[in-house]
Write a protein that binds this ligand. Structure first.
Ligand SMILES: [Zn+2]
Length: 432
């Protein structure tokens, strides 16, 4: 009996010490992402950790005490010095690991744990925000004067970013890099169009919550919101571009449903709040009411863009698809989501990386957007200006009289050097 007790005692002791060993958390990596208004530091962990975080001043730093933790054996213990971070120091304190982030200014940290997703395991995320942010820098693009007409503004949203790579192709191509490359090309292409201006919702390798993306587009007073993606599907054979608009009532196809689920998960995995809250029923009713007109406009843009994309390559579905993408839930801005191609298809992965193919897609998208604005010109923009095709015998002064304007105004609006006109030339006529 005594022997049995002794044995049981040892079993307990051994399992308890194993327990203690297995509970020790290893920090296996550290990296950072720089966004315009924050710096995100991410620590890879072998399992979730108990931690305590506080800030100190002179010099400014953030201290994170990880309970029952230590560095992994082969882990680099350095962090880049970018954004607000000036360095990473660490020390073992009894069972705990103390991490010290040196900051270049007074920061307000926000931290949370992330569950494993994709290539990453458990993580501790520390977002550093500036405690007293300075005035927001104007990001307005300087474009030539439009004779008093405002530019139509297109908000370009490069999907994913930072800690969220999006879909990953067989050769390792990450969706977040493709979307940003294409977004920058699209920005340049749009800015080349008279009367159009592009603004970038994400302009670097960092993550933005879906709601923040919509908020930014609104701050830019965008006339249109274009979200760029290049997702993966279960089957590598699935390919082609698709254009989506929001649907409150179910997705139009199995693939649309599947993609929407994946895109919306992005926020959940990144520790953001989900779109649904307790006022969901009321919110969706309001959304429905205010969105009826916007969805119609979105459908028009999507149609126009899809038509142009068909000239560049294969399209996945011949019609515009509808799905419940959270990023498209902007009640006042017509919004579309373009799946440039499937990164899971080896040929398309190659195409997505090709600069010349990117340029072709960008030209098609810009054409689609332009056609839309030509059909539905917003007030006070160059698109709202009527045009006249010059016929034999037309003179500038006769046209000025006909359209109740002046020759000078016609010359300025059309960048004319002289008053000579060519048959077939299209000139803009200012509204009355
Ligand atoms: Zn995506």
């Amino acid at each position: 009996m005594k022997k049995l007790f002794k044995f049981l005692f040892f079993v307990l002791l051994i399992s308890a010490s194993f327990q203690a060993l297995s509970e020790r958390v290893e920090v296996t990596g550290a990296r950072l992402w720089v966004a315009p208004d924050n710096t995100r530091v991410v620590f890879d962990l072998t399992q979730p950790v108990d931690y305590h975080l506080f800030t100190l001043r002179n010099p400014d730093r953030v201290v994170i005490d990880l309970k029952n933790s230590g560095w992994g054996d082969k882990t680099g213990r350095q962090l880049e010095t970018r954004g607000y971070v000036r360095g990473l120091r660490s020390a073992n304190k009894e069972q705990a690991l103390r991490l010290v982030l040196d900051a270049d200014r007074e920061v307000k940290p926000k931290s949370f744990l992330l569950r494993p997703s994709g290539q990453y395991g458990h993580r501790l995320v520390v977002d550093l925000y500036e405690k007293s942010p300075g005035p927001v820098k104007a990001t307005k693009t300087v474009k030539p004067d439009n004779q008093g007409y405002r530019d139509v503004v297109v908000a370009i949203d490069a999907g994913h970013g930072g800690e969220d790579p999006g879909a990953v192709g067989r050769k390792g191509t990450q969706e977040k890099h493709i979307t940003l490359q294409v977004a920058r090309k699209l920005e340049a292409e749009i800015n080349r169009q008279p009367g159009m201006r592009a603004v970038m919702v994400r302009d670097g390798d960092y993550y933005l919550k879906l709601r923040e993306r919509i908020k930014k587009a609104r701050e830019f007073r965008a006339d249109m919101f274009v979200s760029l993606h290049a997702d993966a599907f279960r089957s590598p054979n699935v390919r082609g571009s698709s254009v989506y608009i929001l649907s409150e009532r179910g997705a139009s196809s199995e693939a649309a449903k599947w993609l929407a689920k994946n895109e919306n998960m992005s926020d959940e995995l990144m520790g953001g709040v989900t779109l649904d809250d307790k006022d969901d029923v009321l919110a969706s009713v309001l959304l429905d009411l205010s969105q009826a007109a916007t969805i119609e406009a979105s459908a028009d843009i999507a149609q126009s863009t899809l038509k142009e994309l068909k000239t560049v390559g294969r399209v996945h579905k011949r019609h515009v698809e509808r799905a419940g993408f959270a990023v498209l839930k902007s009640p006042d801005i017509p919004s579309i989501l373009i799946e440039l191609a499937f990164i899971s298809n080896p040929t398309e992965e190659q195409n997505l990386k090709s600069r010349s193919h990117q340029q072709k897609m960008v030209k098609a998208i810009a054409r689609g957007l332009k056609r839309y604005f030509e059909r539905r010109p917003p007030d006070n923009t160059l698109f709202a200006v009527k045009t006249h095709t010059i016929k034999r015998g037309d003179t500038l002064s006769a046209l000025a009289q006909k359209y109740r304007t002046t020759s000078r105004r016609l010359m300025a609006l059309n960048d004319l050097e002289s008053d000579s006109l060519k048959v077939g030339q299209v000139i803009r006529i200012p509204p009355l």
